[in-house]
Design a protein around this ligand. Structure first.
Ligand SMILES: *Cc1c(COP(=O)(O)O)cnc(C)c1O
Length: 360
């Protein structure tokens, strides 16, 4: 009998029972959107989770990045520097903010942009960039301190796409950190996002931009924005997610560690610190080039799903094939070898053994 397929990801949002107390509150309050009581409580809990002094909740992670760039990008400039190795949403957000993505390589070790990579690219640009979008690789904490120093040195605004890193953040400063609350992310509410920053004015502006640019009590549009809010129903899901978050993080940590034990002596690499000081909803291994095809064949023949979560880089997507870019030898060599393994709460010890058995 062929063995059962092991799925790569099985999201889990709160059950109907867990939602009910919050839905009942909506029934009584009869406030359904527009920064209602559940929205406010959920915002407070998100800020506490990250330690960030300020937060704006947005309709999704992509719109969080778009708004942060609209606020921070230097006007009159065109390019937003960003890594090609990211989820394609990052590039869409840059375009939606009225900027042109300029695609760069990443560091082999962290799979992220570094200040050194950007500094090496600056002389190649025809004009100064409007902003830099730094992407957290699959939920790893970005190096906030080195990017703070970069901005101080070059006076080029930095925005973080830390979509999958909401539970890995520490020391959020003025530079806005954008996260996703999509169902597949660790604080998944279905669709949602957030911007964190210690810059009170930025948060105030971002919040106003989520609701037609209304600043203050009057229904007067002070700045251009749009409708990027979440409803009270989405905030209700968020409250229930926060209730269950400690247990979820513990389970994700345990699963990461079960993987790490099985990877001892194997010829694959994992991201620095994963399963140690951070976890997220995916688990990626970097497979050596000479073992790649055989590894994928073994996973396929064992009916084990795997995924290149970020594909081969934005420059390989038709929509962004014409985007200006630097050479990216590391991305070209690395992206095909970053393989997402099954990671969810239905994996048994036997499943993990079966998966590990396929790895070189
Ligand atoms: C998930 C993700 C996004 C997009 O978030 P949405 O909430 O789906 O819009 C952006 N960037 C990265 C790196 C992501 O992983």
């Amino acid at each position: 009998m062929p063995s059962e397929t092991i799925k790569v990801l099985i999201p889990r949002l709160p059950s109907a029972d867990a939602l009910l107390p919050y839905l009942t509150r909506i029934d009584s309050a009869r406030t359904y959107s527009n920064y209602g009581p559940l929205h406010r409580e959920f915002s407070t809990r998100l800020a506490q989770l990250t330690g960030a002094p300020g937060v704006t909740i947005t309709s999704n992670g992509t719109s969080a990045i778009e708004l942060a760039l609209r606020i921070r990008a230097r006007s009159g400039r065109r390019y937003c520097l960003m890594p090609s190795f990211t989820f394609i949403a990052s590039a869409h957000a840059v375009c939606n903010a009225g900027l042109t993505p300029y695609l760069l390589d990443v560091s082999e070790q962290s799979m992220m942009l570094t200040p050194e990579i950007v500094e090496a690219a600056l002389p190649q640009l025809s004009d100064l960039p409007a902003a830099v979008l730094v992407v957290s690789a699959f939920g790893a904490p970005p190096d906030l301190a080195s990017w703070k120093a970069f901005e101080a040195k070059h006076d080029i605004p930095v925005v973080f796409d830390a979509a999958a890193a909401v539970t890995a953040l520490n020391g959020v400063g003025e530079q806005p950190v954008c996260v996703s609350l999509h169902a597949t992310k660790v604080v998944g509410i279905g669709e949602g996002g957030a911007i964190f920053s210690s810059d009170r004015e930025l948060i105030e502006r971002a919040t106003a931009m989520t609701g037609f640019g209304f600043l203050g009590a009057e229904r007067v549009s002070a700045i251009q924005g749009g409708n990027y809010r979440i409803s009270e129903y989405a905030a209700a899901v968020g409250m229930a997610v926060m209730d269950g978050l400690p247990a979820r993080l513990e389970a994700l940590l345990k699963l990461s560690r079960s993987y790490l034990e099985r990877l001892q002596g194997k010829n694959v690499r994992v991201q620095p610190g994963v399963g140690d000081y951070w976890v997220t909803m995916t688990f990626n291994v970097v497979v050596p080039p000479e073992a790649l095809q055989a590894t994928l064949d073994r996973l396929d023949s064992q009916h084990i799903e795997w995924r290149r979560w970020w594909g081969l880089g934005c420059h390989r997507h038709p929509a962004f094939a014409d985007a200006p870019r630097c050479d990216m030898p590391t991305t070209e060599a690395l992206a095909p070898r970053v393989i997402g393994l099954p990671f969810h709460d239905r994996l048994s010890e036997q499943d993990l053994d079966r998966i590990a058995h396929c790895l070189p």
